[in-house]
Design a protein around this ligand. Structure first.
Ligand code: DQQ
Length: 555
């Protein structure tokens, strides 16, 4: 049997205490790290994974074909889920899959110490309270701006406003005053998700969904009060709002989250807004010249039966042959278009690579089997309502996503906060497959690395768990590469039942034909607790190989 060989670079990273500064303090030091180093060596069957571990690393182990010991503690409660608070209002929040067993029973006796320990250092989060979707990310006059769905009044979803923070490097953040709050009839029930567009003449446009006094989802325009303020602290709502209401035949609560606008070959602007008709998820397109009046274009950009409500649609171009990101308006030769939808039904983000036809107002996936909502996801952990933006400073496209903890609302209330944002990721089309996007944490994160340790040529025998001798530290950044020999990959057989799938094909403790192999973090010595990040190589019925990158949080 083949023996994967692993190389692991482990870095302690800085003490996070000073990285989120309160209102209008100085931003911490800027400065990017070194060049993005490509560690993907796909020439042989080498797989790299990078993860910024957000909490104490008690033990890191490498494993393959893990032992048959079942989990000592199964932290899933007996099917009990906290009540989803958002659905009656048109969105579903805190509908987690794995709920720590305090959902309905007596609350777990958390102490302040335990709850403080759970707070992250470098993933973006406000000082307190509930946060969900990333909104309107952009680079403006030297600052990365980040807005987010925020409840200023508590650690559960509700009373939603746009929080606002800026950074020069995605590491040090300065929290600014709330940017948009519900103060009009058309957003009285909440200032929901939306996007920013930078216009060539220097104007900045925000389009967002207001949940009205009657819970209708209406699209609205806002712009900075003072364009010469690099912090864009004050925002004005257009007096002619709302600018777009639900199209005929669409239920008033199924029409939300306008995208960044892109420019057509005629110099007009278009946006898309997610919706559903029956069980068919769909994206409507509107055209405008001044961002105040809009025309609904005939047909839809795309629709997929059976996928339900499409939230937070994202639509952007990627380059077929360059490693640079593309401005959202780029189109033409050498360009593919990515569509991403966030499925309200299963709370996952699905994307697909395809072709945009501006004249026909359609986007078509290259591979209908990988269509949005039924094919590839950005992330197989907890990652939702994501949004990209084009960073014109460094010529890259950056992805943000909302990560909620898999605990209950009760725990959130005790903690006094809920949710973090992903470490922003650079996105590129994988030139090898042409079907997948490559994601890598922004290079700035590497500036946090302190001393580290390298472990080379570790032979990972079947069933082995190899502890790595690393100090216990509160945060760590680990890059692990696995090299699997070609013969072993070729020997993988098609599974008689179904193709491998992270979500349904067994956890890290279940052995398969080539995998799982990966790293275990947050593991106690007996491994009754551990978090696994692992790969699995399988063969599809068409004979091609598929590598899955999974996580198992069940212990
Ligand atoms: N969250 C927002 C909505 C969006 C949903 C409300 C996705 O605009 O559809 O907080 O998480």
């Amino acid at each position: 049997m083949a023996v994967p060989e692993a190389t692991v670079a482990y870095h302690r990273i800085e003490d996070p205490s000073s990285y989120n500064t309160p209102l209008l303090h100085n931003c911490g030091g800027g400065g990017a790290g070194g060049n993005l180093r490509s560690r993907r060596r796909w020439v042989t069957t080498t797989i790299a994974l990078a993860c910024l571990l957000i909490v104490s690393v008690a033990c890191i182990g490498l494993f393959t074909f893990t032992s048959k010991h079942g989990p000592a503690t199964e932290h899933v409660s007996n099917g009990a889920m906290p009540v989803s608070r958002g659905r009656p209002e048109g969105v579903s929040e805190k509908t987690n899959r794995l709920v720590v067993g305090d959902a309905n029973g007596p609350p777990y006796p958390w102490t302040n110490n335990m709850l403080t320990w759970q707070r992250t250092g470098f993933h973006f989060q406000p000082e307190k309270n509930w946060m969900n979707d990333p909104n309107g990310p952009m680079y403006y006059k030297g600052f990365y701006h980040f807005f987010y769905q925020y409840n200023p009044n508590g650690a559960v979803w509700g009373d939603i406003v746009w929080g606002h923070a800026v950074s020069k490097d995605f590491v040090h953040w300065t929290h600014l005053p709330l940017a948009l709050v519900p103060d009009q009839w058309y957003d009285q029930n909440g200032v929901w998700s939306g996007s920013a567009t930078l216009l060539p003449d220097g104007q900045v446009i925000i389009l967002y969904t207001g949940s009205s006094n009657e819970s209708a989802q209406l699209q609205n325009l806002a712009y900075p009060a003072n364009l010469s303020d690099p912090l864009l602290v004050d925002w004005v709502k257009y007096p002619g709002n709302p600018i777009i209401g639900p199209p005929k035949g669409i239920y008033k609560k199924d029409f939300r989250d306008p995208t960044t606008a892109w420019r057509t070959s005629e110099g007009k602007w278009r946006i898309t807004v997610g919706s559903k008709a029956g069980r068919t998820g769909a994206a409507f397109v509107y055209e405008t010249e001044d961002f105040k009046t809009y025309r609904l274009l005939p047909g839809v950009l795309h629709a997929v039966p059976g996928t339900g409500m499409w939230e937070c649609v994202d639509f952007f171009p990627v380059s077929i042959n360059s490693k640079n990101g593309l401005d959202t308006s780029t189109n033409g030769k050498g360009v593919k278009h990515v569509m991403k939808v966030s499925l309200d039904d299963d709370r996952h983000d699905y994307y697909s690579v395809g072709t945009y036809d501006e004249t026909a107002n359609t986007w078509t996936p290259d591979n209908p089997q990988n269509d949005v909502g039924i094919g590839i996801r950005y992330d197989y952990g907890v990652f939702y309502a994501s949004k990209t933006f084009y960073d014109q400073k460094k010529g890259r496209r950056i992805l943000w996503g909302w990560i909620s903890e898999s605990d209950s609302e009760k725990s959130d209330v005790l903690k006094g906060w809920a949710s973090v944002q992903s470490i922003p990721r650079t996105l590129l089309l994988d030139q090898k497959t042409g079907t997948h996007l490559l994601q890598w944490p922004v290079e700035e994160i590497e500036s946090l690395r302190l001393d580290g340790k390298d472990f080379n040529n570790i032979k990972v025998e079947a069933g082995a768990v190899i502890p790595l001798d690393v100090e216990s530290s509160s945060q760590a950044d680990v890059v692990a590469e696995f090299e699997v020999d070609k013969a072993a990959v070729e020997a993988v057989e098609v599974s008689p039942n179904e193709e491998f799938n992270c979500a349904s094909s067994g956890r890290a403790s279940q052995r398969g034909s080539l995998g799982p192999f990966g790293i275990l973090v947050l593991a106690d010595p007996s491994r009754s607790e551990q978090t696994s990040l692992h790969f699995y190589i399988s063969k599809t019925s068409s004979g091609s190989h598929k590598t899955s990158f999974c996580t198992d949080q069940s212990r």
